[in-house]
Design a protein. Structure first.
Length: 419
């Protein structure tokens, strides 16, 4: 079939949304003829990758707003306005392509915000919306514990979500969608509330087979010291403060344990102050932003990933840790709550900061004292990533989805949810 993919973010060799756009396009092109509508800034990287590994069924259309509109993207002050207008003008590019080749389906892939429209839904062909996320919110009980910057961010984010849900074009897109793919159950509820008729939970996160093999080659960490690690930008939404507070309780039973944080961001000074206040500064290392190769070297000497994110549609770092055979401790919300199972880590209820910290501390003590349990969880994590998050396997699931929609404009019940 002939499929158009809207992938504002699309670049080879990347994680996050850039990687979602690229990998979704490559996987669908294994089975169908695919056109990808993306930005010109991605062109050089895409053409270099296509030269190394040609795919005759994969074509790219590069589209941008006029040069003067780039002002809005500087320092991200108007990125959402730019994106909204890009989606509006992308409709006319898609319409021209449809007249030329006769499209069979249109898929909106990136950005994954559910509260922003894709006007390509107006084309007279089945429209697949997603996977989209952003329906997750910071639990109310956690908000008073955030920094002032975090509280302001969450208030603004909630306002933007509510305004987006009232956008008539977002509601029209939801009603037009033959299928809505939601990254988490929270977002699935939002899509249904907007009028989307058929919704499935489908994680947008995945790993290329080469990455899975590389991570799978990491050996178990040395016997001592027991070492926890968190990886990501030091932002309030990552919840690393709660990881530090849980780690402080671990010290009574395992005083030689360590906690490493890899990443940089505006919360670093505050997190360093929390570590000092808790008396654990000597056992906590802030490693800053480091190259990926070094991240893997550091991960190889760590035992457990701590990822207490307060709202995260994706959570690639959890998949990478699982692929590396490391158990994950996370809150039972958002993308990590979908990816991590009782076999691959410990999911902590996010009903209150105090109980979450206590439960994370208990999980740390349990894993620190039971190397065999860590090994079993690590093996289960590797198996889960290979089974459910290998991009090649996800591509096969996507091919079934495309065929199901072509047959019935809806997804047959026998095709289950992934994640």
């Amino acid at each position: 079939m002939r499929i158009l993919i809207s992938a504002y973010a699309c670049q080879p060799g990347c994680g996050s949304e850039q990687g979602v756009g690229w990998n979704r396009a490559r996987q669908l092109a294994r089975f169908h003829e695919v056109w990808v509508l993306t930005r010109r800034k991605n062109r050089a990287a895409i053409e270099a990758a296509m030269a190394r590994e040609p795919m005759p069924n994969l074509h790219f259309l590069y589209h941008d707003l006029p040069r003067w509109a780039g002002f809005w993207k500087k320092q991200r002050r108007g990125i959402h306005l730019y994106y909204y207008l890009w989606q509006l003008t992308a409709y006319f590019v898609g319409r021209r392509l449809h007249r030329q080749v006769g499209l069979d389906q249109v898929h909106h892939v990136t950005f994954v915000n559910y509260w922003m429209p894709s006007f390509l839904a107006l084309l007279p062909v089945p429209f697949v919306w997603g996977p989209v996320g952003g329906g997750e919110t910071c639990p109310a009980s956690f908000r008073p514990r955030l920094s002032w910057r975090g509280r302001v961010f969450e208030a603004l984010r909630t306002t933007v979500q509510r305004l987006g849900e009232r956008d008539p074009f977002v509601r029209l897109m939801a009603r037009q969608a033959a299928m809505g793919l939601a990254t988490t159950p929270d977002t699935a509820k939002r899509l249904l509330g907007l009028g989307c008729r058929t919704v499935r939970v489908y994680s947008e996160a995945g790993l290329p087979p080469a990455d899975i093999r590389q991570l799978g080659a990491l050996r178990p960490a040395p016997a001592a010291p027991f070492r926890l690690v968190s990886i990501g930008n030091l932002l309030h939404l990552k919840g690393f403060e709660f990881g530090l507070r849980a780690f402080a309780r671990l010290g009574a039973a395992f005083p030689q344990s360590e906690y490493w944080l890899m990443g940089e961001g505006p919360e670093r000074q505050r997190l360093e102050a929390v570590a000092a206040e808790l008396g654990i500064a000597e056992r906590v290392r802030f490693l800053g932003r480091i190259p990926r190769a070094e991240v893997l070297d550091r991960l190889a000497v760590c035992d457990v990933l701590v990822h207490p994110s307060l709202h995260d549609s994706g959570g690639w770092v959890c998949l990478e840790a699982m692929a590396a055979g490391r158990p994950v401790i996370c809150l039972d919300i958002g993308g990590p709550g979908v990816q991590v199972t009782a076999a691959t880590g410990v999911k902590v209820p996010a009903d209150s900061p105090e109980r979450a910290v206590a439960a994370m501390a208990d999980a740390m003590v349990l894993l620190a004292g039971d190397p065999d349990l860590r090994a079993r969880m690590g093996q289960a994590g590797r198996q889960r990533v290979h089974r459910d998050f290998d991009w090649d396997r996800k591509g096969e699931w996507l091919a079934e989805l495309v065929s199901g929609i072509a047959r019935s404009r809806g997804l047959p019940e026998e095709i289950g949810k992934l994640g």
